[in-house]
Design a protein around this ligand. Structure first.
Ligand code: TSJ
Length: 637
């Protein structure tokens, strides 16, 4: 840390405190509840500086009964010597001369105190009274101010103490004439105080509420920002055993990073400079992110997980499910942007990059199993990114459903109210043709499927999305997929799979169910998916035509007929051989057809079964198909 020899002449005497009272917004941003709390940080920051300089272990903050605030530290105590420029004690100078705070402290990592870093004098100007007590060299000194910074009692000795007992105590009462409210909020203070404890490992901070029934919280984290990451990941499922923690210093810029991936998709990346949250990031965060992306890519390539032909992982991919704290300590930070929430110092980008790269690369080398988990996570994210992009492109077009014709495939229904609409996914063009003629064109849409649907269990998402049949289905449903899936946009109440009762038919049905299971699970869960059941036999007698699904039903029906009834039995042909009228009567007419609802009972079991049926293992799949659709339907899908 920089020079420790405090030079009182550094204090710049600029203007009087009246300016602060005239335009408080210029100094603390606002005079609402936010500005009120800002006063606390202006004071606490000074104590934190003392901690950063290595002289303070404990800071106590108290909300007193009258909503005044007391801050106590066990640092060296503000110097009491007479200041050469002002001719008054340094303590009083700090409190009565605007901008005195700017250079005061001289320690390398002067916290620029929130908004403008003007510190104690501004708090004094905006308070109805302030009391400062300093313990130093075995003596206790005190001074008092009132009415916006007017000296009431100059610094004087009020007693003595052990010479080892040192520190500064400040109590201030915000001026009710300046602020809209003078009531402090315990939880607002608590959140930031906990954050300060995370950011300054080993420093004990406590908050006490003397009002009402009283409250107290004490925060101290030996692990610092690692414990912050742990805290943030508490409600998530970390996929790593440990939290990665690294730190380093270059050219007086100190960087510390803690990180851990969780199973989620969003990231929580927070960065700080001198304990100040840089909401808008900046060069420190950019350096770390750049290095993170580069190191993950090079590790994945080196270990042949990412192949030559593969697109590199992006910054987006590597931050999925990442919880990360970046904490930078800088002797001269430049905050940029409207809200000063961005670090601008350009030299920091390279420093942050190299400090992070070195530490992270070492971690990956030393922890190959953890490394593998991280690489796998980012590779999955990359695949999802590609899929989401395609899905967006596809769903973006769904507004034009009336005008685009699905490559001539979807024959939509006229009614646009999803609650009455159905879509039939029909195996083959000829059955499709009959279905189109035999449908109720108001509410029944037909999508004929040519050939076999791609097996999405084996295909990567992006390949699946390049398949025309699948794209057509996604567009027709209207819900989008992946991140963008929205059940409320489903364009049909019933999705009816219409395939032949043979091996090919059941194969297509399983492929469709796999597609739904992977991409449209909520649609299955919400009970929108059905299998049509074309009959196998038709029994005619007189004017009656009875369709039945199988031999048992056929025999049962015949047995129920009068012994004298003349009847005829016809074995039904495949869907493709039925004419429109037959198809309507047997499979589509809502008054006669038999639908079987597809439900997902136990998702995990079904998932495993799908993987088994549809994945790499050929044997169980063939067996499944040979056993006809029974397996899938018994699965309670
Ligand atoms: F600024 C302030 F008054 F708001 C304030 C300052 C409020 C609080 C609660 C604490 C402090 C403060 C200041 N705590 N500790 C210090 N330390 C010094 O000012 C200090 C002490 C010794 C030396 C030295 O070189 O001997 C230098 C400094 C800056």
């Amino acid at each position: 840390m920089a020079e420790n020899n405090y030079d009182a002449s550094d204090i710049q005497v600029l203007e009087g405190l009246e300016a602060v009272r005239k335009r408080p917004g210029m100094y603390i941003g606002t005079t609402d509840v936010k500005g009120l709390h800002h006063l606390v940080w202006e004071i606490v920051d000074n104590a934190i500086d003392e901690a950063l300089a290595g002289f303070c272990k404990h800071i106590e903050i108290t909300i007193n009964k009258d909503n005044s605030i007391t801050v106590v530290d066990d640092g060296r105590g503000i110097p009491v010597a007479v200041h050469p420029k002002t001719g008054i004690s340094t303590v009083e100078t700090v409190y009565t001369v605007l901008h005195a705070g700017g250079k005061f402290g001289g320690g390398g990592y002067k916290v620029s105190g929130g908004l403008h870093g003007v510190g104690a004098s501004v708090v004094n100007a905006l308070s109805s009274w302030v009391e400062v007590t300093v313990k130093r060299d075995g003596k206790i000194y005190q001074c008092k101010f009132e009415n916006g910074g007017k000296t009431k009692e100059k610094l004087h000795e009020i007693g003595s103490c052990e010479s080892t007992s040192t520190g500064t105590t400040v109590t201030f009462k915000p001026d009710a004439e300046i602020f809209d409210t003078d009531i402090y909020d315990y939880d607002t203070l608590k959140v930031r105080i906990r954050e300060l404890a995370f950011l300054n490992k080993g420093l004990r901070l406590s908050l006490t509420d003397e009002r009402g029934e009283g409250k107290k919280d004490t925060f101290m984290y030996e692990g610092g920002i690692s414990e912050y990451v742990k805290y943030l990941n508490k409600s998530k499922t970390p996929i790593q055993e440990e939290i990665i923690h690294l730190e380093g210093e270059e050219d007086g810029v100190y960087l510390e990073v803690a990180m851990q991936y969780n199973s989620g998709y969003s990231d929580s990346i927070y960065s700080f400079v001198n304990n100040i949250n840089t909401h808008d990031g900046g060069t420190h965060e950019e350096g770390v992110r750049r290095a993170l992306t580069r190191i993950i890519n090079s590790y994945a390539k080196k270990n042949n997980i990412l192949k030559e032909k593969d697109e590199p992982l992006t910054g987006e991919d590597v931050k999925e499910g990442l919880t990360m704290i970046v904490s930078c300590k800088h002797p001269n930070p430049q905050f940029e942007g409207q809200t000063k929430g961005r670090l601008g110092n350009s030299e920091v980008r390279k420093i942050a990059d190299s400090v992070f790269a070195e530490g992270f690369e070492r971690f990956l080398m030393e922890n190959p199993e953890e490394a593998r988990v991280i690489i796998d996570k980012t590779m999955t994210a990359a695949r999802a990114r590609v899929a989401a992009k395609r899905a967006r492109e596809l769903t973006r077009r769904k507004g034009d459903l009336d005008t685009i014709n699905f490559g001539g495939k979807l024959v939509d229904c006229k009614d646009k109210d999803p609650s009455v609409c159905e879509i039939f996914l029909v195996e083959g063009d000829s059955a499709g043709g009959s279905a189109i003629k035999g449908r109720d064109s108001m509410t029944q849409a037909i999508l004929p499927l040519r050939g076999k649907i791609l097996n999405v269990e084996k295909a990567r998402l992006d390949k699946a999305l390049s398949n025309e049949e699948i794209r057509t289905i996604i567009t027709a449903f209207g819900t989008g997929i992946g991140d963008e899936f929205d059940l409320s946009k489903l364009r049909y109440d019933k999705i009816i799979i219409m395939t032949d009762a043979d091996v090919d038919g059941s194969h297509i049905r399983v492929l469709l169910l796999t597609l739904f299971y992977r991409f449209f699970r909520p649609i299955v869960e919400a009970g929108h998916v059905y299998a049509a059941q074309p009959p196998l036999y038709r029994i005619s007698h007189g004017k009656v035509r009875k369709y039945v699904l199988n031999e048992d039903e056929r025999d049962e029906y015949i047995a129920s007929l009068n012994p004298n009834t003349r009847y005829e039995i016809a074995r039904m042909k495949g869907l493709g051989e039925m004419d429109a009228e037959e198809l309507n009567e047997t499979t589509m007419d809502i008054n006669q057809r038999i639908l079987r609802k597809i439900t997902v009972g136990d998702l995990a079991d079904a998932d495993a079964a799908f993987s088994k049926i549809m994945g790499e293992e050929v044997a169980p799949r063939r067996q499944f198909i040979e056993e006809n659709a029974v397996y899938v339907e018994n699965l309670d899908i």
